[in-house]
Design a protein around this ligand. Structure first.
Ligand code: SF4
Ligand code: SF4
Ligand code: SF4
Length: 302
C-alpha cells in the first residue's frame, strides 16, 4: 500500500506541533521555528499574501516524489522509493556527495555541516518509526532487534525498548493506526497521513464540496510526475512561494542530463568543501587549545 500526506493549508494555524513531533520522534534537539536542516525535517513558514495582506502558514517537507530525482541522482543507491510511498535513505550507503541536493526540485535534502563524516538528511515519512512494533525481539542489553537479529538504528541511535515505546506512541493516531508523527500531532487535521489514492480522493472531495474555500488545484498531484505529499490552499500556490513552474513529467531523466555534464566538478567541490571544513575546525581547535594553555599559564603566574 502506498501512503501519502495531505497538508490542507486552509486548516493550518501555525502551531508548530508537527515540527516538534518530528524533532521528538527522531530525538533531535527541540527548537522553536527551526529552518530546514539536518536536524529538522519539516518547517512552518509564515507568508503574507500580496493581494489580501493575509497571513498563511506553509509547511515544508520532503514530497516523497513518485519518481524521485534525488534517488536517480544518487550514485550509491542510498535513496529508495519504497512501496510504502516513503522515499528513504540508507545512512550506511550515503557518501555525502550531495548529488541529491542538486537534483531535488524542491530543495529538500540538507547536509550535516557539523559532522566530521557528513551525510545528507531529510524527512523519511517516519518510515522506520512506523514499522517499529512492540513485539520486536530485544537483546540482553535491552536493544530492539530487526528480523535479521541486528540492532535497529534510527538517525544514528540504537533503539532501546523505552525509545521504541515512545516512538510507537508518537506514530499511532486516534484510530490506532500507524502514521507519521507530524500528522498524529496536528491538532487541526491540517496534516493527515493515509493511503495515497484515498487522500487524493479526499483532496478532490474537499475542493468539489467547498469550491469557495479552495483554489482548484492539488499541489503534488501532477508536479514532477506526482508526489506523495499533497497540498490544498485557498490562495494561489504561487503567492505562497511554491514552485509553480515545475513540469508534470518526472525529473530523474532531466537530472541525469544535467549531472552527467558536471560530476567531476561536483565531486571535486565536495571533497574540497570537506577539506575546508576540516581545516577550519582544526584551526579552531588549535586556537582554543592555545588560549587554554595561555590562560592556565597566566593563572599560574598570578
Ligand atoms: S522532494 Fe526532493 S528529496 Fe524528497 S523525494 Fe522528491 S526529489 Fe527526493
Ligand atoms: S513524516 Fe516524519 S520525518 Fe517527515 S516531517 Fe513528518 S514527522 Fe518528520
Ligand atoms: S501541527 Fe498542523 S496546524 Fe500546527 S503547524 Fe503543523 S500542520 Fe499546521
Amino acid at each position: 500500500m502506498s501512503h501519502a500526506i495531505l497538508v490542507d493549508l486552509t486548516l493550518c494555524v501555525g502551531c508548530g506541533a508537527c515540527t516538534t513531533a518530528c524533532q521528538q520522534v527522531h530525538n533531535f534537539p527541540e527548537k522553536e521555528n527551526p529552518t530546514l536542516d539536518d536536524k529538522n525535517f519539516t518547517t512552518i513558514r509564515t507568508v503574507t499574501e500580496n493581494e489580501s495582506g493575509d497571513e498563511y502558514y506553509v509547511r515544508k517537507m520532503c514530497r516523497h516524489c513518485e519518481e524521485p530525482a534525488c534517488a536517480s541522482a544518487c550514485l550509491v543507491g542510498a535513496l529508495t522509493k519504497t512501496k510504502d510511498g516513503a522515499v528513504t535513505w540508507d545512512t550506511n550507503k550515503c557518501i555525502g556527495c550531495r548529488y541529491c541536493m542538486l537534483a531535488c526540485p524542491f530543495d529538500i535534502p540538507k547536509y550535516e555541516w557539523s559532522s566530521m563524516s557528513p551525510k545528507v538528511r531529510k524527512c523519511t515519512m517516519c518510515y522506520q518509526e512506523r514499522h517499529l512494533t512492540a513485539d520486536m525481539e530485544l537483546d540482553d542489553a535491552g536493544y530492539v532487534l530487526d528480523a535479521s537479529g541486528e540492532r535497529v538504528v534510527i538517525e544514528g541511535r540504537e533503539i532501546t525498548a523505552e525509545d521504541r515505546d515512545t516512538i510507537i506512541e508518537l506514530t499511532t493516531n486516534m484510530d490506532d493506526n500507524r502514521a507519521s508523527a507530524c500528522s498524529v500531532a496536528c491538532p487541526m487535521e491540517a496534516t493527515v497521513f493515509g493511503e495515497r489514492d484515498q487522500l487524493l480522493a479526499e483532496a478532490k472531495r474537499r475542493i468539489l464540496e467547498s469550491p469557495d474555500d479552495y483554489v482548484p488545484r492539488i499541489y503534488g498531484q501532477k508536479e514532477v510526475g506526482g508526489t506523495s505529499v499533497f497540498y490544498l490552499s485557498n490562495v494561489s500556490f504561487e503567492s505562497l512561494g511554491f514552485y509553480t513552474n515545475l513540469e508534470n513529467s518526472s525529473y530523474p531523466d532531466k537530472t541525469w542530463r544535467v549531472l552527467e555534464k558536471i560530476p567531476d566538478i561536483v565531486v571535486t567541490a565536495g571533497v574540497a568543501l570537506g577539506a575546508v571544513y576540516w581545516i577550519t575546525n582544526r584551526r579552531e581547535d588549535v586556537k582554543r587549545y592555545e588560549e587554554e594553555i595561555k590562560s592556565k599559564r597566566s593563572k599560574k603566574k598570578a
